[in-house]
Design a protein around this ligand. Structure first.
Ligand SMILES: Cc1ncc(COP(=O)(O)O)c(C=O)c1O
Length: 436
């Protein structure tokens, strides 16, 4: 079972390392990795697990993944640098990303990165030019685009996935494949597809499999190419992180209007059923198309790191207004991306001496209206100085934290015992880049 600090441990950690504080459990990372391997190792073509570095890229965390022989999936120079700092070698890294600069491609090739997934013809041309210049062979995959299936806040805001990868339907993927096959130094070995995040059903994975297998069969028929790596991206959700659907958001808005408390049950996460459905469907489609079994590669982020980390904060102010019981904590949307705060339901624990629960609104310290973390949630009553824990914040929190009004928090890794893994940012750090 994933670990969360109990009251005594939380207070001790805050006393030792200060507040606010990200607390990461190495044992939960190990358990998440084991769960994936146990589920997918039976895939007859072989299974390769990568960690999506951008989800939380602290080198201290990455080195935990490296020790467990998980590969690093990077998508920028920043990610690549973090992976090198954590001790990954080129062969233990794969390179994704919508845009890769010439500088990044050069570095990747010089370090013998094991696979580069390209996302456009222009990028393939750029990669070929760099490989030609360096006279180095590069293993290449093509990322195919896929529409996002989730109807949540993101789709309501018009956020869509279809700029990622190349479309099979428009003929763009064929054009990219033909180009790669014409290049002396590029070797087409893989196909890739990432169909969305926080998935709690296998549906979008099956759409991805249809795309990948159909294209692999086409490449075999047209060009006699064998695809040896099928990468289904990331996307698995976690049991205790629930993405709001559009009806959830509408219901919340009505509750806010009438001042009633907002409660949610977490949507169950049928991990084993999803894995069985995905593996069976993939094998079935490969057999149907008479394709040899490729290595199945996955590059999850959230489901490997999300539940390993919790944010400990301290109540710094309380206020009763006409419509809200406010608890103001010392961590706001500078440490929690606004979109995530408004689109995901996370557990929140107040460590206080009270047993009374009341409808509470929680906000950060920022002089900024969108710094509301939750409105009208039933939480234990807390006083100034009590500790509040926002749970399961390992994915996309610390890596997207910014310095708006306050420096960033420290992170503690709990392995055998707690150790400071990333020191607290100082105000001086914030002005290091300024030239007066
Ligand atoms: C290409 C790619 N791979 C992997 C991931 C990780 O996804 P998740 O955190 O949902 O597992 C992402 C996330 O956006 C992605 O874009």
């Amino acid at each position: 079972m994933e670990k969360r600090p109990a009251k005594t441990e939380a207070l001790k950690l805050i006393k030792q390392f200060g507040s606010p504080l990200f607390v990461v459990y190495a044992a939960t990372i190990a358990e998440n990795i084991r769960k994936y391997r146990k589920a997918f190792n039976s895939f007859a073509g072989g299974f390769s697990l990568c960690y999506s570095v951008k989800t939380n890229s602290s080198p201290g965390l990455l080195s935990v993944f490296r020790k467990h022989k998980v590969l690093a999936e990077v998508c920028s120079l920043t990610d690549l640098t973090a992976a090198f700092k954590a001790g990954f070698t080129g062969e233990q890294i794969i390179f994704d990303g919508l845009v890769k600069t010439e500088e990044e491609l050069q570095l990747a090739i010089k370090h013998d990165i094991s696979l580069i997934n390209v996302e456009s013809l222009h990028e393939a041309q750029k990669l070929a030019a760099v490989a030609d210049k360096l006279k180095r062979k590069v293993k290449v995959g093509i990322r195919l685009s896929s529409p996002s299936s989730r109807v949540g806040l993101k789709s309501l805001l018009g956020i869509s996935y279809d700029r990622f990868g190349v479309s099979r339907h428009s003929g763009a993927a064929k054009e990219v494949a033909e180009f790669i096959l014409s290049c002396k130094y590029l070797q087409l070995v893989g196909l890739h597809c990432h169909t969305g995040s926080n998935q709690k059903s296998a549906r979008s994975y099956l759409t991805g499999i249809d795309e990948l297998v159909t294209f692999a069969a086409f490449l075999r028929d047209e060009y006699d190419v064998t695809i040896s790596v099928i990468n289904l991206g990331g996307g698995f959700g976690l049991p205790r992180i629930t993405a709001y659907t559009v009806p959830d958001l509408a219901a919340n808005a009505v509750k806010h209007l009438f001042g009633s408390s907002v409660e949610h049950e977490h949507t169950p996460m049928p991990f084993t059923d999803m894995v069985t459905t995905i593996m069976n469907y993939l094998q079935e489609k490969l057999v149907e198309n008479k394709l040899p079994l490729p290595i199945l590669m996955l590059e999850p982020g959230r489901s490997l790191i999300g539940n390993t980390c919790h944010l400990l904060t301290t109540i710094v102010e309380t206020k009763k207004t006409d419509h809200n019981n406010w608890m103001i904590i010392d961590a706001g949307t500078n440490l929690m991306p606004v979109l995530t705060v408004y689109s995901e339901f996370h557990d929140i624990v107040v460590f206080s001496d009270s047993r009374k629960k009341q409808a509470t609104s929680l906000a950060g310290p920022l002089l900024y209206s969108s710094d509301t973390i939750v409105k009208n949630r039933m939480l234990t009553e807390g006083q100034i100085g009590d500790v509040v824990m926002i749970c399961d914040v390992g994915a996309y929190f610390n890596c997207q934290a910014n310095q708006f009004l306050y420096p960033r928090a420290a992170t503690v890794l709990i392995d055998q015992k707690p150790r400071l893994m990333q020191r607290r940012e100082t105000v001086d750090d914030l002005f290091n880049r300024d030239i007066i």
